[in-house]
Design a protein around this ligand. Structure first.
Ligand code: PGA
Length: 252
């Protein structure tokens, strides 16, 4: 047993209108009320961050942005600043999601700057790593994870690691319906924790939450969450359906 508090996070990606988002948030807020021994988080699109935060103002659901800039303000068209996130009611930001890395070509340096930006302004950084299918089949999974973790978390202090959550998301499992087996996920999580112990301190590695992401669904969440190094889930598709996400929140 460890004392890491489970975190069930839903990433709505580029989905939901204002109305859809408020309705979905209200339903998720209701079913989260009983989840006292775990954290629940939603990352809605920027356009509905404050509405969703408002709907959930009396709930225990945390709000995150899906990315964040390193500057507080300025000429950064299309970006969102950490203080904009906090002023909208958010307390966390997803950084380095594979869709940002692959579709928008965000590199390790930009991702590292985003991590520092989030931490500087007090946000929790949900830092994502994961290998492609080609990398897994080429036996490069650990090498890729090591590179992403070392580059993405470069310069982060031991103290600031308390505000970092790592999400392991094998790219080949995202949105494909193809989940990593619980053994594959546990193996990667254990590797990440061991590496964090080398990069920081063992006590930090023991307390950092490592989420699994990639086709987490009501029917596989229990098995995944039973693994010793899996501390939560980062959920895409299934977080857009209140019933499915509520089942995931209430994993047993
Ligand atoms: P998925 O997305 O659950 O739809 O696979 C996960 C993610 O991208 O975080």
């Amino acid at each position: 047993m460890n004392n890491r508090r489970p975190l069930l996070a839903g990433n709505w990606k580029m989905h939901t209108t204002v109305m859809d988002a408020c309705q979905l948030a209200a339903e998720i807020g209701k079913c989260s009320a009983a989840a006292k021994d775990r954290d629940v988080l939603l990352a809605p699109p920027y356009t509905v961050l404050s509405e969703v935060a408002h709907v959930l103002r009396d709930s225990n659901v945390l709000i995150a942005s899906q990315n964040v800039c390193w500057e507080k303000q300025g000429a950064f068209t299309g970006e969102i600043s950490p203080t904009m996130v906090t002023s909208a009611g958010g307390s966390a930001a997803i950084i380095g999601h594979s869709e940002r890395r692959q579709i928008f070509h965000e590199d390790a340096e930009i991702i590292n700057m985003r991590v520092h930006g989030a931490l500087k302004f007090g946000l929790i950084a949900i830092f994502c790593v994961g290998e492609t299918l080609e990398e897994r089949e080429g036996d490069k999974t650990f090498e890729v994870l090591e590179g992403q973790l070392k580059e993405g978390l470069a310069g982060v202090s031991q103290e600031n690691m308390e505000k970092v959550v790592v999400a392991y998301e094998p790219v080949w499992a995202i949105g494909t319906g193809k989940t990593a087996t619980k053994e594959q996920a546990q193996e990667a999580h254990a590797f990440i924790r061991k590496l964090l112990a080398e990069m920081f301190e063992k006590s930090i590695a023991d307390s950092v939450r490592i989420l699994y992401g990639g086709s987490v669904k009501p029917d596989n969440v229990d098995d995944l969450m039973a693994q010793p190094d899996i501390d939560g889930a980062l959920v895409g598709g299934a977080a857009l359906d209140a019933e499915s996400f509520c089942r995931i929140i209430n994993f047993s």
